[in-house]
Design a protein around this ligand. Structure first.
Ligand code: PLP
Length: 445
């Protein structure tokens, strides 16, 4: 059977492999709108849109058609050394048009991790080009998620991605996670917390030497680390520090981008404009793997001048700007616009967020947080003292398991149960999500 074959042959990402040998897989066989179905025929609402990514739902025929048409016309070509093809040209044009002012150039990769590795290399290349080879260090945050390759995994600030992988392997300093409920001192207001974090950031910059700090990378709302929304004034303060010390600001919008927060991009929600913006996931609704890095003229010109000197930009993937992925991305962005899915996210956000806030005094829940159509319920043994359950992550895993039994797929990340439904979700779907989650929580642990 498929089940036995998976146990015999597969190595699953993000999985306890020994536990998998006895537990086996949940095999998903098909999708329809916000729903997916397992091999037993059971229907689930995909409350995490796959991996925070399937904006248009699991059965969009227009994306199938766009892929088929491109496969028939030109299934593959690359963009190395002056070669080009229409899908990547059109998608780059579209991304520049819809992105915040100033982000005028696009570089494609296959995944968010590759995109962030590429960002690290671009920043290093650029500072070498500018004759300041010592300016190479990154600032990131504890609990930030930027991927799992050597450089992006180093930027990520989660123990599971570092332990015994010998990461971090590039120069990076992880600053305190900007999550007030969990990391504020007793009695510290949000404003005081922000001020403390900004002081910490500045202290680290001064301690390392501003001439050694190249870039700050962060997700406007932190996703995979547990859906943490920033405290008041945080991004304005970070932007000011980056300006003061000539540090490039990188907005990792792999989850936040394309309407997830109710604005086209996450940086717009918090009123800042990055030098570099990284997008993926909802870019193609994950029907094809694709990521896009957008950079401003300052970054582009420094890199471009240096390629003129060296003769090339010695970086790029076989699949960079894959024509089928770009054709799917372009059609996906058209659908998001035509169906006003970003507007849908903004309109349904109050129902979704307020509905979830009703669980705030549930005995298992410590804090409910989120914005737009992304949210997390952090579970806690004692809300008042912010004490987590032990062993870590056990109760959130149990709630996610019960939710699946109730017909809702969500994701347990550490102590948090995360939700991030497809942008096509309806008001009725949200009612169902809330009811199913409520039943899962009520089953206790
Ligand atoms: N950056 C962020 C903010 C992410 O959420 C992710 C994946 O979840 C990545 C980067 C890495 O993307 P990928 O899994 O495509 O390598």
């Amino acid at each position: 059977s498929l089940h036995a074959s998976d146990i015999a042959h597969s190595m699953h990402p993000y999985t306890n492999m020994r536990a998998h040998e006895s537990q086996g897989p949940m095999i998903i066989t098909r999708g329809d709108g916000v729903h997916v179905y397992d091999s037993e025929g059971k229907e689930y609402i995909e409350g995490l849109a796959g991996l925070w990514s399937v904006a248009v739902g699991f059965s969009e025929q227009r994306l199938v058609d766009a892929a088929t048409k491109q496969m028939m016309a030109l299934p593959y070509y690359h963009s190395f050394a002056h070669k080009a093809h229409e899908p990547s040209i059109r998608l780059a044009e579209k991304l520049v048009e819809m992105s915040p002012e100033g982000l005028n150039r696009v570089f494609f990769t296959n995944s968010g991790s590759e995109a962030n590795d590429t960002v690290v290399k671009m920043v290093w290349f650029l500072n070498n080009a500018l004759g300041r080879p010592e300016k190479k260090k990154f600032l990131a945050r504890t609990k930030g998620y930027h991927g799992i390759t050597i450089a992006s995994g180093s930027l990520t600030g989660l123990p599971a991605n570092h332990t015994d992988f010998d990461l971090p392997a590039i120069p990076v300093r992880h600053l305190t996670c900007p999550h007030h409920w969990k990391w504020a001192h007793d009695g510290e207001t949000e404003a005081e917390f922000t001020a403390r974090l900004l002081k910490e950031a500045e202290d680290v910059i001064l301690e390392e030497g501003p001439e050694t700090i190249a870039a700050f990378i962060g997700e406007p709302v932190m996703g995979a680390g547990g859906v943490m929304t920033p405290p008041e004034g945080y991004w304005a303060g970070i932007t000011a520090l980056c300006e003061k010390y000539d540090i490039l600001l990188v907005s990792d919008e792999v989850i936040n981008g394309f309407g997830r927060l109710g604005t086209p991009f996450g940086c717009q929600k918090y009123g800042f404009t990055p030098d570099i913006m990284v997008t993926s996931k909802q870019l193609t609704s994950s029907y094809m793997p694709l990521a896009a890095i957008l950079v401003n003229d300052k970054v582009y010109n420094a890199i471009a001048d240096h390629t003129a000197k060296l003769g090339t930009f010695g970086h790029g993937f076989t699949g960079s700007g894959h024509p089928v992925a770009c054709a799917v991305g372009l059609e996906n962005l058209k659908i998001i616009e035509e169906k006003d899915l970003m507007g849908n996210a903004a309109r349904l956000a109050p129902q979704f967020q307020e509905g979830l806030r009703k669980f705030a005094d549930h005995p298992l829940v410590g804090e409910v947080r989120g914005v737009g159509l992304i949210a997390g319920l952090e579970l806690a043994k004692d809300r008042a003292t912010r004490t987590s359950f032990t062993p870590a992550g056990k109760v959130s895993a149990q709630v996610a398991k019960f939710a699946a039994e109730e017909g809702l797929i969500c994701r347990n990340v550490y102590e948090t149960v995360a939700l991030c439904p497809p942008l096509i979700v309806t008001s009725e779907d949200i009612d169902k999500i809330l009811a199913r989650l409520g039943r899962a929580l009520d089953r206790g642990w």
